[in-house]
Design a protein around this ligand. Structure first.
Ligand SMILES: [Zn+2]
Length: 260
């Protein structure tokens, strides 16, 4: 499952080559033929990300909504067109580039009211300048659910995936099973700001990096994450535990992240 930074990175890349251009839209695999027909030959007015949702805006108030889910893939290549690789659900062709999207969980054309309905159910996205973090705090401060579940719930706050979840909570010394309502506003603000900082690095480096950026040797990082998938805590050298929240692995150090 791509984390939020991957989708923002794609939106930025695709915006550069598609925005302001008339696009040829098709469904080589056929499953999206009807939808493709509605936006084929229209001007693409922008590309943006809301959490893990990718939105291609078109004239006439239409947009293409993509959610990759677990198995979806995006591929950007230069013209000339090549044969579609695998089951390409939708192909977007601009003057210089082609974007192929395979296996998305969601692929649909939305009108303006439908887009508004969608964006209203997505939580504030840590990577968006217009994100309303108070909305996320409001939900978290009223919930008994563990913070490790809440920050990955895309309707509460959008963008954080499984690896970032573990890493951010460790960096802030917050136990993942702490009920949301036990966090005070200061804790929440630190969590939000750490998420923004790390995901921005993710977009910029196109990679998840949660350790301090200390290059060694020829600028290569020795470690990219602190405790995700690891056995020893780099801070206290104690054991890292692996548990599950929302059916996904979460790692924690009981010494550095004491339970409340
Ligand atoms: Zn530790």
């Amino acid at each position: 499952m791509p984390e939020g930074h991957t989708i923002h990175r794609a939106a930025r890349d695709h915006r550069k080559v598609l925005a302001g251009q008339v696009l040829g839209v098709s469904s080589p695999q056929g499953r999206f033929a009807e939808g493709a027909k509605r936006i084929d030959g229209l001007l693409c007015t922008g590309v943006e990300a809301y959490g893990k949702h990718l939105i291609y805006h078109f004239e006439q108030g239409l947009s293409l909504h993509i959610h990759l889910g677990l198995f979806g893939k995006l591929r950007k290549s230069k013209l000339p067109l090549s044969e579609p690789k695998g089951a390409v659900r939708v192909r977007l062709v601009g003057p210089g580039h082609v974007i192929d999207i395979n296996g998305p969980n969601t692929c649909e054309v939305l009108d303006e009211p439908e887009l508004l309905t969608l964006t209203a159910r997505i939580g504030p996205d840590v990577l968006r300048a217009d994100a309303d973090r108070d909305r996320a705090y409001h939900r978290i401060s009223k919930s008994k659910a563990p913070i490790g579940r809440l920050i990955m719930d895309q309707s509460v706050m959008a963008g954080i995936g499984n690896i970032y979840r573990t890493e951010i909570l460790w960096r802030l010394a917050i136990h993942p099973f702490t009920p949301g309502r036990e966090l005070n506003r200061g804790d929440f603000d630190r969590l939000w700001e750490d998420a923004v900082a790390l995901l921005e690095i993710g977009v910029w480096r196109n990679s998840i990096i949660t350790t301090e950026l200390v290059p060694k040797g020829r600028g290569r990082l020795t470690e990219r994450v602190n405790i995700f998938g690891k056995k020893v805590c780099p801070k206290c050298k104690g054991n890292v535990e692996c548990r599950e929240i929302a059916n996904r692995k979460v790692y924690l150090c009981e010494a550095c992240q004491p339970a409340v």
